[in-house]
Structure formats: structure tokens, C-alpha cells
Write a protein that binds this ligand. Structure first.
Ligand code: ARG
Length: 457
């Protein structure tokens, strides 16, 4: 295929160098946004009298046909083209002759690509936000059923204090609300139009950048044309938000994997989100959660790749910046894939409250409450803490748990113990008593559920 820029050259580009230089294999996915941007540009050129109104109409109509043909499959992308921008323009010119050649007046591929990628990311971010809503829905669905399902809460993966399964799941819910806010925030800063920045310096034509910005749904224009074409900080921000989503999904996955193990057996994953082994007939593996955990690294890598591409680039556009796309596209594809399978996996998993309860009973997780019991009987906390430590050591040596020690045994450590101690250290009481804001008590958990429902509405 002949190059648009071939006039200056005596020789054609080496064919391997041509392949190397080409980005159409990956930027072809922005064809819709490229055409959208061109329609806005042509409309503005005519409104400002830079091209003829009739020519603009022909261009806009034909761009519409090209889009329809690409959508229907009547037209397929020519992968010999250098990039999607060249392809669309060449196709337009093929169809309209000289009129098609007027579209690129007062524009450069540098501002064109910067527009396309913003429009593309804006659309994709919207889809990912919807997927995160579905995940929050799934979390709420489970949480509402398990407001009183007691499980051990952990620190250092050691049983720490009793909590409810709802409380634990809602912690993830809170994380995903912040992830959504981070994405929205990144989109807000990204949503300014670089169109009209041209190659870097602006143009001699009397263009109206506000007009194209408005037509494309941007909140404003890039105030500096060099900045408009040369920064990709919005990609970094979005990638960082996506990496954080993956980090949260990965932690959640790790717990799902642990919970589904025979060692925990806190949950049973639905058959439709587990796989078998080719050799071990008994296996039911949490592959989906494992893959989500595994794919997290890719997205971190995409973020690093983007930061590294930009580091050390002189202003303004450099071809290095073509490398922005594969990184951000890969991150988007990965996050979307994960958010397609993860929410239904969470929604369909079955909690096993008896096993959670059993695990909660064995690890002295009411020891803090036993100390608090003595504090309420007038003992300083540090003294109570020490006595309870001795009681726990005694239990371990005698294969006992706190709930089963006799009152006589308790009194050997401290005469303040009375019959009410059993009631006070029951796991139900331990959970119910945690009435502080954000805590595991029922009223607090219900507030957290209400917050998430409000966030979603
Ligand atoms: N394919 C290019 C990219 O993705 C488009 C911009 C090309 N601009 C240029 N001056 N060569 O960055």
C-alpha cells in the first residue's frame, strides 16, 4: 500500500520495517472512535468555512457508511495500512476521491490518536464501572444472607476475633466502591479534548476546538497543544486504578481459594465455577479464582510498561507512544474478563456456616472478650490481659477451650469470675457486643449494607 507521506521519499519503506512500524493490528479496535472524531472534525471545518459545506456533508455521510460497513462486515480492515487513522482516511478517499483528502485539514494523527484513545477509554471505563456494580451486587447478595453467620476473623492468618461473614465480605465491598471512584476520577481528568492541537503547535486555520470538544462529549479542551498530544498520564491513572481493582480481586480470590480448601471448607464453589483434574477424580479446583489472582500480574506489568514508555520522552509526540495502546488494551481486556466471571462466582458460592462456626470455636478467639470481662469487673486491662494469657496457656496444656473451663478452674486464676462469664464469652455475644461504628455487630453491618445499596443507586 502506498504511504500518505511517500512524497518526500525516494525509496519505499523496507517491508519488515513497515510491519514493525504498523499499529493497525491493535489500534483497529478504535475504528468507531476514529470515525466519531473525524465526523466532529469535518463538521467543525465546515462550520468555520475551512472546507466547503457540501464537501463536509459528503465526508460525514461517507464516514457513516464506512462505519456501517465495518460493523456489518461488508468492509474489513486492511492490515497493510499503517494504522487505523490511515486506513479510514484511505478508505474515505477511495470512495470520495479528492473530497476525502480534505478531511485531514487542520489536524494531525498526533491529536487524532490522542482523541481516539480518550474516547475509547471513556467507553471502556463505563463498561468496567458497570461490571464493578454487578460485583457489588453479588457481595450484597451474600452479605444480606450472612449477617449473623459467625466466622473467625484473622490477623497474620491466625484466628483473632469472631466476626460475621457479612462483615468480612462487606470489607471487599468498600474497597470496590473506592475502585469505582478512582476510575470515575481518572475519567474526569481524561475527558478533555486534544483535538485541534494538531502535530504539536496548533494550526494557522481558524478552528473551533470548543465545538469539536462539545460534539464529542468532552468537558473542555487541552489548554496547551503540546501537552494535548504528548501526555498519556490519563492512561497511567486508569491503569493504576485497574491495577488496584486487580489487587483487590486477587486478595479476594486468595481467600476464596483458601475458603474452598478442605483445610477451611468455609464455602463451596458452584460447579460452574470450578474445574476437575485430569488425573485425580476427587478434585474440584478453584481455577477461576486462581486465574484472577494470576492475571493481576499482567495488569501490574501493563502499568509498569506505560510508565516506562513515558519516562524520558522529550516533548512532544514520539513514536514510542504507540506502545501505549497494547498495554492499556491488555489491561482493559484482562479486567473485563476477570469481572465477567468473578461476580457470578461470588454470587453462586455457598457459605458453610457450621464449618465457619466450628473454626471460630477452636482458636481462643474470645480471649479479648474474656479480658474485657475482667476489665468490666474493675481490673486494669493489662492485668486482665496477662491473666487471660495464663488461662489460654492452661487450656492448651489441658486440651481445653475457654467455653469449657469450669468456674472452679477460672477462679483459680482470679476470684472475680462468676457464672455470667460463659454468657459473656459466647461467640454470639462477642459478635453482638461489637457495637462500635464499622464493627461486626448487627446494627453496624446493616449500616454498611445500606451504605453500599445507596452507593449503587
Ligand atoms: N499509530 C500512531 C500511534 O499510535 C499514530 C500517531 C502517529 N503519528 C506520527 N507522527 N507518526 O501513536
Amino acid at each position: 500500500m502506498g504511504k500518505m507521506w511517500e512524497g518526500r521519499f525516494a525509496k519505499a519503506l523496507d517491508s519488515q520495517a513497515d510491519d514493525f512500524n504498523s499499529s493497525i493490528h491493535f489500534d483497529c479496535r478504535m475504528f468507531r472512535q476514529d470515525i466519531q472524531g473525524s465526523v466532529a472534525h469535518a463538521t467543525m471545518l465546515a462550520a468555520k468555512g475551512i472546507i466547503d459545506a457540501g464537501d463536509a456533508q459528503a465526508i460525514i455521510a461517507e464516514l457513516g457508511h464506512i462505519l456501517a460497513d465495518l460493523d456489518s462486515g461488508a468492509l474489513s480492515i486492511d492490515f497493510a495500512a499503517e494504522d487505523i487513522h490511515m486506513f479510514v482516511e484511505a478508505e474515505l478517499t477511495k470512495r470520495l476521491g479528492d473530497v476525502g483528502k480534505k478531511l485531514h485539514t487542520a489536524r494531525s494523527r498526533n491529536d487524532q490518536v490522542a482523541v481516539d484513545i480518550r474516547l475509547y477509554l471513556r467507553d471502556e471505563a463505563e463498561g468496567i464501572l458497570q461490571q464493578l456494580q454487578t460485583l457489588l451486587d453479588a457481595i450484597l447478595f451474600q452479605a444480606k444472607q450472612h449477617k449473623q453467620t459467625i466466622m473467625p476473623g484473622y490477623t497474620h492468618l491466625q484466628r483473632a476475633q469472631p466476626i460475621t461473614f457479612a462483615h468480612h465480605l462487606l470489607a471487599y465491598g468498600m474497597m470496590f466502591t473506592r475502585d469505582m471512584d478512582r476510575i470515575k476520577d481518572a475519567v474526569k481528568r481524561m475527558n478533555v479534548s486534544p483535538l485541534g492541537s494538531c502535530a504539536l503547535a496548533g494550526t494557522t486555520y481558524d478552528t473551533d476546538r470548543e465545538m469539536t470538544a462539545k460534539a464529542l462529549g468532552f468537558d473542555g479542551i487541552a489548554l496547551n497543544s503540546i501537552d494535548g498530544v504528548s501526555d498519556r498520564d490519563f492512561c497511567v491513572e486508569l491503569l493504576s486504578a485497574f491495577a488496584t481493582v486487580m489487587m483487590h480481586l486477587s486478595r479476594f480470590s486468595e481467600e476464596v481459594i483458601l475458603w474452598a480448601s478442605w483445610e477451611f471448607k468455609f464455602i463451596e464453589l458452584d460447579d460452574s465455577y470450578t474445574t476437575g483434574s485430569s488425573i485425580m477424580p476427587q478434585k474440584k479446583n478453584p481455577d477461576i479464582a486462581e486465574l484472577v489472582r494470576g492475571k493481576t500480574g499482567r495488569v501490574y506489568g501493563d502499568l509498569m510498561a506505560m510508565l516506562t514508555v513515558l519516562k524520558g520522552l522529550p516533548l512532544a509526540y514520539n513514536k514510542d507512544m504507540q506502545e501505549d495502546k497494547e498495554a492499556i488494551f491488555d489491561a482493559i481486556d484482562t479486567v473485563k474478563q476477570c469481572l465477567t466471571v468473578f461476580p457470578p462466582m461470588i454470587r453462586s458460592m455457598k457459605a458453610l456456616p457450621e464449618n465457619m462456626m466450628q473454626a471460630a470455636q477452636k482458636g481462643f478467639i474470645n480471649a479479648t472478650d474474656l479480658a474485657d470481662y475482667l476489665v468490666k469487673k474493675g481490673m486494669p486491662f493489662r492485668t486482665a490481659y496477662k491473666i487471660v494469657g495464663q488461662i489460654v496457656a492452661y487450656c492448651i496444656a489441658n486440651h481445653q477451650v475457654l467455653e469449657q473451663l469450669s468456674l472452679e478452674e477460672y477462679r483459680q486464676f482470679e476470684p472475680r469470675f462468676e457464672q455470667d462469664v460463659y454468657e459473656q464469652i459466647s461467640l454470639q455475644t462477642c459478635v453482638e457486643k461489637r457495637i462500635s461504628a464499622g464493627g461486626t455487630g448487627l446494627a453496624s453491618v446493616e449500616k454498611q449494607i445500606a451504605y453500599l445499596e445507596q452507593f449503587l443507586s
